[in-house]
Write a protein that binds this ligand. Sequence first.
Ligand SMILES: Nc1ncnc2c1ncn2[C@@H]1O[C@H](COP(=O)(O)OP(=O)(O)O)[C@@H](O)[C@H]1O
Ligand SMILES: [Mg+2]
Length: 111
Amino acid sequence: MTTASAEPPVIRLAGLSYTYPGPPPVPAKRAMDLVVRRAEHVAITGPSGSGKSTLLNLVGLLDRPTEGTIEVDGLDVGAARNAAGPRCGPAGSASYSSPSTCCRTGPRWRT
Ligand SMILES: Nc1ncnc2c1ncn2[C@@H]1O[C@H](COP(=O)(O)OP(=O)(O)O)[C@@H](O)[C@H]1O
Ligand SMILES: [Mg+2]
């Protein structure tokens, strides 16, 4: 029987970093780890400029991490995008369940 704790996390971030290319380059996120499981509620807090929007852009697959990995439902989303095309993500509104479904079942490509 599958339990919630045995399932892969809905979101797993490992060593996630992002640097805006610039010029000049702006390191905005450094080596972040995060695990979010089904039914968990997460609040992202921090002062202005601490990287909240940058993080959400990465988790929403709007930007590609400079370093690290993003898994959605156990699927390495970065690898899936690299293998299949330039960008796979929610075609409409952002939803955490959409990217993995999209990459697993047949992506709708963004340009
Ligand atoms: N498009 C961008 N180009 C360069 N630097 C950016 C850009 N967007 C945000 N930054 C920088 O990245 C850091 C994190 O910003 P941001 O993610 O917007 O923080 P928050 O949402 O927590 O206010 C800040 O230093 C900000 O100035
Ligand atoms: Mg913001």
